[in-house]
Design a protein around this ligand. Structure first.
Ligand SMILES: [Zn+2]
Length: 97
């Protein structure tokens, strides 16, 4: 899953795979945005620029930032389900040999 992140330090929007905390360009702290990947990629270039410019304003950035606690719970839930799948596939591998 791709998520849209904003770096305040380089004033750039980064499309990154997963929930990232640090900017790949400057290692600064990222804000994960509420906007979905699909919604962002479907914006016209002018709208993308306008969106990025809005994020330069700290109040707008706060309004557009995803709820960190909720995404943390979601990440925990993902880990839990992937662990279940993992042990299941191990059993499956044992049977298939
Ligand atoms: Zn950066």
């Amino acid at each position: 899953m791709m998520y849209i992140h904003y770096c305040r330090h380089c004033k750039r929007i980064h499309m990154l795979n997963g929930h990232k905390k640090y900017c790949p360009a400057c290692r600064g702290h990222l804000n994960e945005l509420k906007i979905s990947y699909l919604k962002y990629v479907n914006l016209a270039p002018a709208d993308r620029r306008a969106f990025r410019d809005r994020l330069g304003d700290p109040a707008e950035l706060a309004a557009c930032t995803a709820d960190v606690r909720r995404s943390y719970d979601y990440a925990k839930w993902l880990q839990l389900t992937s662990k279940v799948e993992h042990s299941h596939s191990q059993n499956y591998a044992a049977y298939s040999h």
